[in-house]
Design a protein around this ligand. Structure first.
Ligand code: HDE
Length: 709
């Protein structure tokens, strides 16, 4: 591990150069007060006599306590828990045909970024792996000022109009009378709200799907959600939807696993992001855009301004326009990840808004929330928020002003300061709002074009593979199973029946409630791009637990796992004890972790190391036997060679075919085994078969129901 925050970026990154000016280390430094006065003693307060009262004049004591008393700022009202990192965005080509945004103007142009991922409902200290939407907020420090693309890992939202946001958030947050439950949507008030607000049904399908349980921030998509507008140099607009696609594919955990991880490692997603950057395996996404000419505004059977709708990718393909690479961890969580302030209204020339009523509300809310959260109007001067573009205007005062603006005038127009700062014309980065024609009566009414609440929920359901559907039924059943009011469950079942009858019937059966009558027939359309079933995947950065004990055959172990190592997997040897393992050849194999400290839920796959004596010890170790059963239950790849196969037999995995004899590699639904290691190439064959199983992520074609784990 390198020191946290050590620079990995080239020195020509304008944002990092700016930050370097305020980065401070304590190496070799002497302790001082905030006023720079040397502190010679910090363990005892100044007192009148050895057992006497503390003296008010002890300025160091008072300063230390005062600073401590004021350490906390309000956590974000939503998205309180998160993790952030720096990196860059690199454009693939000029998009000047649709937008005048400079950062998208040239092939290879790089823009520094800070990205923050988050869960939505939980408090700052809540677990990472709860069922929830994930925030995916990107601050581009462009030469024309900051552009904040404040998105989520799901492409739609719960509500259509921002005026409903406080209602929705109050419903999903812990209930107000007892502040229970933390970071969970499985409770009365959320489902009461959902049952009464059917526009939420499409998003609820996403929330009940595996998308709400990402394996890693590095393996989830991001979406701008709203329809935004690109504007070219001539002022011509084009509707645009933003998509982030992870290079490692979109992959999820399973529900039982997420609940266990929440206890075993509440920082699971944070740690994963941090470690992958420290290890130099930099997370990467591709930015894509769906473009719709203004003339096609009404060409769809939904409204482009309705944030509960997607534009199916089969209808409007996603055009790749650049890539995002995260390559540097923050050096100070509070200063950077906590104080970063994303504002949806931060756009650069060439990017503009639409009349989506959810977006319009956000244009107000983000600035407003930063004022209370960060204590005043100068939050944009905080190092992580500062643009790399020059800032000049006539705003001067307010809490926390860090700049010393020198001019005599702070108004416009002026003649005393030569009129400065003078206005920026478009040729000098001046932002000109899109000249949209607006005409209408003042009215409080949802547009009729927003009123189809179910078609796209059905589209989502139809696009799922059979195991994804199973998970959705299970999720609705779990969540509604936590609801105390039958009428709420029945109302939700009524909505589900409008989405798909089989879905409603499955959930009703699990809840022990009458199956609602079939109402709307399923329209039968699907969008294959919505499924996670056939995602690109790979072995790189996958974490493999290698179960071993004294008596391990480390030579065979190395050959069997060579392919995984070559493809960039992270293998960790787990054993009943720490330190070193005695191997069959008389050498010593270092143990990375003990079995009791690391559960199977913290790994992507399990490999049982060969060696008669070692495996015998593992078969008598409840932790090891449980490891294999639990990995099987969570559909994870499991590999074993030689004597290692017997641990799989002891764990009795229903329906799992394992090698019984000979040197043929058996690969059955992600369980890869070979018994006889005599043949020269058998371990190589095993290695590549196991790597293929690991690359597939999970194997849901197993009989999982009967497995206890
Ligand atoms: Fe947010 N949202 N939001 N939101 N949101 C906040 O801003 C809000 C919405 C999203 O890592 C808050 O700084 C309203 C959609 C992310 O710092 C607040 C509405 C999407 C983050 C706020 C929405 C998001 C926030 C809380 C409905 C996806 C975390 C703290 C009109 C496109 C950013 C803060 C970070 C944070 C308001 C809906 C994404 C209160 C009023 C839709 C990723 O301003």
């Amino acid at each position: 591990m390198t020191d946290p925050g050590t620079s990995r970026l080239p020195r020509d990154d304008a944002k990092q150069q700016q930050l370097d000016a305020v980065r401070i280390g304590d190496d070799g430094a002497r302790m001082t007060t905030d006023q720079g006065i040397g502190v010679e003693h910090t363990d005892d307060s100044l007192a009148a006599g050895e057992r006497g009262p503390t003296l008010l004049e002890d300025f160091h004591f008072r300063e230390k306590l005062t600073r401590f008393d004021h350490e906390r700022i309000p956590e974000r009202v939503v998205h309180a828990r998160g993790a952030g990192a720096y990196g860059y965005f690199e454009a693939y080509e000029s998009l000047a045909d649709v937008t005048r945004a400079h950062f998208l103007g040239e092939d290879g142009r790089r823009t520094p970024v800070f990205v923050r991922f988050s869960t939505v409902g939980g408090s700052r200290g809540s677990a990472d792996t709860v069922r929830d939407v994930r925030g995916f907020a990107v601050k581009f420090y462009t030469e024309e000022g900051n552009f904040d693309l404040v998105g989520n890992n799901m492409p739609v939202f719960f509500i259509q109009d921002g005026i409903k946001f406080p209602d929705f958030v109050h419903a999903v947050k812990p209930e107000p009378h007892n502040e229970i439950p933390q970071a969970s949507s499985a409770h009365n008030t959320l489902w009461d709200f959902v049952s009464l607000v059917p526009e939420s049904m499409h998003m609820m399908m996403w929330l009940m799907s595996d998308r709400a349980l990402p394996r890693s921030y590095r393996m989830m998509q991001g979406f701008g959600v709203h329809t935004f507008r690109f504007v070219d140099a001539a002022g011509q607009g084009t509707f645009v939807k933003f998509h982030w696609r992870p290079k490692l594919g979109t992959h999820s955990l399973v529900w039982d696993e997420t609940q266990k991880i929440a206890g075993k490692d509440p920082d699971f997603n944070r740690r994963d992001l941090w470690e992958s950057i420290e290890n130099g395996t930099f997370p990467e996404w591709e930015l894509g855009v769906q473009l719709v000419p203004e003339s096609d505004e009404h060409a769809f059977d939904f409204d482009l301004l309705d944030a509960t709708k997607i534009i199916p990718e089969e209808r409007v393909p996603v055009r790749p326009v650049g890539r995002l690479v995260l390559n540097r961890n923050p050096g100070n969580f509070f200063a950077e990840t906590e104080q970063v302030a994303f504002c949806v209204q931060n756009v650069v020339p060439g990017i503009d808004f639409t009349n989506d009523p959810l977006l319009q509300a956000r244009l107000f809310s983000y600035l407003d929330t930063q004022l209370i959260r960060l204590g005043g109007p100068n939050f944009a001067q905080l190092p992580v928020n500062r643009p790399v573009a020059a800032v000049h205007n006539n705003s001067r005062d307010g809490y926390g002003q860090h700049r010393i603006q020198q001019s005599q005038t702070s108004y416009f127009p002026n003649s005393i300061s030569g009129g400065c700062p003078v206005l920026s014309d478009p040729a000098h980065g001046g932002y000109v709002h899109y000249a949209e024609r607006v005409d209408g009566n003042t009215i409080r009414k949802r547009s009729e074009s927003f009123k189809d609440f179910y078609s796209q929920a059905t589209l989502f359901w139809n696009s799922m593979s059979s195991w994804e559907r199973r998970h959705i039924v299970d999720a609705f059943s779990f969540e509604l199973g936590k609801v105390d009011y039958t009428q709420i469950k029945e109302r939700v079942l009524g909505h589900l029946a409008q989405v798909d009858h089989e879905l409603a019937a499955g959930v009703a059966e699990n809840l022990g409630l009458p199956v609602p009558p079939e109402s709307t027939p399923n329209h039968g359309r699907s969008s294959p791009a919505l499924s996670q079933a056939d995602q690109p995947s790979g072995v790189a950065t996958r974490r493999i637990a290698v179960l071993a004990a004294d008596g391990v055959d480390e030579v065979a172990l190395r050959s069997a796992t060579a392919a995984l190592r070559e493809q960039g997997a992270i293998l960790e040897v787990l054993a009943p004890h720490g330190g070193m393992l005695a191997t069959v050849s008389g050498d010593a194999l270092p143990v990375d972790r003990t079995l009791v400290t690391m559960s199977s839920v913290l790994y992507d796959a399990v490999f049982v190391a060969p060696g008669e004596r070692g495996v015998t010890a593992l078969t008598h170790n409840g932790e090891a036997v449980h490891y294999v059963g639990e990995a099987y239950k969570h559909a994870k790849p499991i590999g074993a060679v030689g004597a290692g196969v017997s641990l799989l037999e002891i764990a009795s995995l229903p329906g799992a075919r394992v090698a019984d004899q000979g040197d043929a590699v058996v690969s059955d639904r992600g369980i890869v085994t070979v018994r006889d290691l005599a043949g020269p190439s058998v371990l190589g064959d095993f290695g590549s078969a196991f790597a293929t199983a690991v690359a597939a992520h999970r194997h849901f074609d197993r009989a999982l129901e009967a497995v206890a784990a």
